[in-house]
Design a binder for this molecule. Sequence first.
Ligand SMILES: Nc1ncnc2c1ncn2[C@@H]1O[C@H](COP(=O)(O)OP(=O)(O)OP(=O)(O)O)[C@@H](O)[C@H]1O
Ligand SMILES: [Mg+2]
Length: 296
Amino acid sequence: MSDSLRLVLGVLAAAAAGLWAWRRWHYPSFWLVLGYPLMALSVRASWRKVALGCGLTKKRQRWWFTTVPGLISSTGIVRVKRRFQRVAVDTKPFMWLPKPTRYGWCVTIHTLEGQIPGDYADAAERLAHSWGVHAVRVSSPRPGRVVLAATMRDPLVKVDPFPASTELLKVTVGRLETGGPWVIDFRTVPHWMNAGATQSGKSNLANALVQGLAPQPVALVGFDLKGGVEFTPYSPRLSALATTRRECVVLLEDLEELMADRMTLCRTTGARNIWQLPDDLRPVPIVVLVDELAEL
Ligand SMILES: Nc1ncnc2c1ncn2[C@@H]1O[C@H](COP(=O)(O)OP(=O)(O)OP(=O)(O)O)[C@@H](O)[C@H]1O
Ligand SMILES: [Mg+2]
């Protein structure tokens, strides 16, 4: 092996090792500087083929140069002619330049006539496989536009906790599959049903809610029909806890009485809810958490 070949191989090996180390130890900068530009180019370059394969193109009449067979010459050779004529061609939806995100990239698409965001949601798995990404999610910020958000890897494999929310009745209970925070805001949506299959994480979510709400100036009331195994550890922080059906009936009656008092207060002061009451009259908000509701 000549010296120059050895040198080239050495440089290539060092470059490969450097890239591997960069990707391994500082993935965000590797992704922004190298991964994202290459990915954006390949996504744009492959969009026609991908859209066609995923059934997202439409046939449109276009003036196009096409090759048509002409006459057979005396030597038996078929002459071909180039003709400018109107033909039906597959048109892809217009795609903007992909933008980098923390977990991958997102891109805005102009839908073609007759398409709805659901068409792209149905094709999301095909798109993910075509682009070799973990998942593609679809949203629509306004009519005629869809945003495809691709995640390169599963953001739930290694989850760093988010800082606790400081806003009243807002709790960051975990991370969404897009990598963003999963926030439950009881002021915006006061009623939630936490339903799911056995071992799907219902009690885990209830625990996260208690932990998130505990530092806030709210009263917490627990109904734990699993014999109290979930909420009893929090009993010093709970204003009330019922763990049997009999206790639940008594606690529900107490809460009903409290609610009636608050409704009377609101009615007499012209408020429609406690948030419209003056600060000095506003009672402490109560959050009621129920585990194993089916047992009730
Ligand atoms: N967010 C999560 N991340 C990782 N693992 C979880 C998560 N939530 C739940 N688990 C796992 O799933 C198991 C079941 O969770 P949990 O007890 O909350 O489910 P459940 O729906 O309340 O079950 P059951 O129907 O039996 O009451 C937990 O022991 C935990 O190991
Ligand atoms: Mg449970």
